[in-house]
Write a protein that binds this ligand. Structure first.
Ligand SMILES: Nc1nc2c(ncn2[C@@H]2O[C@H](COP(=O)(O)OP(=O)(O)O)[C@@H](O)[C@H]2O)c(=O)[nH]1
Ligand SMILES: Nc1ncnc2c1ncn2[C@@H]1O[C@H](COP(=O)(O)OP(=O)(O)O)[C@@H](O)[C@H]1O
Length: 195
């Protein structure tokens, strides 16, 4: 039986959109306001940034370890992004959904597409920047990526933005507070008991 067909059902919310659009910022604010919502911790082969800890920001794996996780079907979805692998560990997500929790995934577009197959009931929200120029400013302003990494992310962003209409909802992250409240409304809409 597919995980979203069990009786006690939580909601799976997928936030996607280009790097630098503000997904991480929005997720942290969502969790401050709703600490009982569960954020999935992804696995990645990218190197930790300053301040990132294994098991908190990501599970940092070697390429070999990541391949093993794929082979053992430990990942709900995975994708290669800007030269590294990223994936969602399956077990914690399934366990939290089974307990009726709201689970958040913050993932890139290829992975978000796969979730449609794995969890048809997931609600997938595409976060858009006000413009590509603003996206570039945010990536630079964050100060976490090299020029090469920024160039890769911007090139990827052009393609990702074309996929926005595929998703269930589109939300422009212009004013942070406005975007946050729209996001909360969208998620809470899905938490209402259904007749
Ligand atoms: N498919 C997939 N993408 C992920 C996962 N975790 C993170 N990502 C995405 O990978 C991209 C790069 O992430 P990261 O290197 O942390 O950069 P940042 O999101 O720009 O800070 C972002 O678009 C993330 O949303 C995952 O488990 N699966
Ligand atoms: N609505 C917003 N207005 C202005 N700056 C923002 C907004 N949302 C996010 N940012 C800033 O943009 C940068 C990228 O945001 P981040 O959350 O890291 O993006 P992502 O997780 O999508 O890669 C950060 O420096 C963040 O503070």
């Amino acid at each position: 039986m597919a995980p979203d067909q069990t009786s006690a059902k939580g909601q799976l919310i997928v936030l996607t959109g280009p790097s630098g659009v503000g997904k991480g910022t929005l997720v942290q604010l969502l969790l401050e306001r709703h600490p009982h919502w569960f954020l999935s911790i992804s696995a990645t082969t990218r190197s930790p940034r300053a301040g990132e800890e294994d098991g908190q920001s990501y599970y940092f794996l070697s390429k070999e370890e990541f391949q093993t996780w794929i082979g053992e079907e430990k990942l709900l979805e995975w994708a290669e992004y800007a030269g590294n692998y990223y994936g969602t560990p399956r077990q914690p997500v399934e366990a939290q959904i089974a307990q009726g929790k709201t689970v958040l995934l913050e993932i890139e577009v290829l992975g978000a597409r796969q979730i449609k197959q794995t969890f048809p009931s997931a609600r997938r929200i595409f976060i858009l920047p006000p413009s590509v120029e603003v996206l570039e400013e945010r990536l630079r302003g964050r100060g976490s990526d090299s020029e090469t990494a920024i160039a890769k992310r911007l090139a990827q962003a052009q393609q990702e933005l074309q996929a926005a209409a595929e998703f269930d909802h589109q939300l422009v992250n212009d004013d942070l507070d406005r975007a946050l409240h729209c996001l909360i409304d969208l998620i809470e809409e899905g938490n209402q008991p259904q007749d």
